[in-house]
Design a protein around this ligand. Structure first.
Ligand SMILES: NC(=O)c1ccc[n+]([C@@H]2O[C@H](COP(=O)([O-])OP(=O)(O)OC[C@H]3O[C@@H](n4cnc5c(N)ncnc54)[C@H](OP(=O)(O)O)[C@@H]3O)[C@@H](O)[C@H]2O)c1
Length: 239
């Protein structure tokens, strides 16, 4: 199975891992749509990559529904968009924590809901969680909860939407705009710490992540899987 000529939708494709997936899919001749909440950012990413641009906000049901109405039928859906930020389980009030859950879990669910009847039966959905799905810690309590919920939801989707496949990739640290709020010093320190914790002695690049995601899209026998793509970073948690 090849993605050459297939439509690949990267929700969150304006940056980071989503952009890496878009780049990898374009290398193999896919018809790629990248998204942003901002038309300007979407257009800029699409121009740089040489693909189509669309806007969507996964918090907003109408925005998601309109997006899938506009794009029509397609094969592969990659969702990297969503809220981020660690919050302490014991100190964060529910309304604040809900913002994270809404973005990550229900935002993803909303995309799957509006996408499912427009997807080709040999297509796939790929979600993204992260190393915090393996770490139970008060300081990242909501991230852990959301990631576990996402991994469960992917397996439910793999059963409910079959033969459409649904898998999860669990990245480690990826040096993206996600960390742009840090000072240069903090970011350097994070890079160094994360590099040391991998087994391969370096940080995974967005396009390397993307090439794995694309390989998964092209593998018709894998569904309901949760796969770390982190240079072995998760092994340093388990040791
Ligand atoms: N980077 C890491 O080290 C890391 C590690 C583990 C897990 N993760 C997970 O991976 C996800 C993606 O990380 P990344 O590094 O690729 O982040 P990124 O570089 O910040 O990219 C995030 C993408 O999601 C889009 N987005 C954000 N909120 C959205 C919304 N409400 N509706 C639609 N699109 C939205 C952004 O679009 P615009 O801003 O252009 O609208 C952008 O395209 C994160 O949410 C995080 O949960 C990241």
């Amino acid at each position: 199975m090849t993605i050459n000529g297939k439509t690949v939708v990267c929700i969150g494709g304006s940056g980071g891992m989503g952009r890496g997936v878009a780049q990898a899919a374009l290398e193999l001749g896919a018809d790629v749509i990248v998204t942003s909440r901002s038309q300007q950012k979407a257009d800029q990413a699409a121009k740089q990559l040489g693909c189509r641009a669309e806007i969507i906000d996964i918090y907003d049901d109408k925005s998601v529904s309109d997006f899938f109405d506009r794009i029509g039928h397609f094969s592969h859906l990659m969702i990297t968009a969503g809220a981020v930020g660690r919050s302490s389980f014991s100190e964060t009030p529910p309304d604040e924590a809900d913002r994270f859950m809404q973005g990550k879990v229900w935002g993803t669910h909303r995309c799957i809901w509006h996408a499912k009847d427009r997807m080709n039966q040999d297509g796939s959905i790929t979600l993204i969680t992260g190393g915090y799905s393996q770490i139970i810690d008060d300081k990242a309590g909501h991230v852990h909860t959301a990631f576990k919920a996402m991994e469960a939801m992917a397996q439910v989707a793999a059963v409910s939407l079959a033969p459409i496949r649904c898998n999860v990739i669990r990245p480690g640290f990826i040096d993206s705009d996600l960390w742009s709020g840090m000072t240069d010093e903090e970011r350097d320190q994070l890079r160094n710490t994360e590099r040391e914790k991998t087994m391969i002695g370096r940080i995974v690049e967005p396009v390397e992540f993307g090439r794995f995601a694309v390989a998964l899209m092209q593998t018709p026998v894998v569904t309901g899987a949760v796969i770390p793509v982190d240079g072995g970073r998760h092994l340093s948690v388990a040791r």
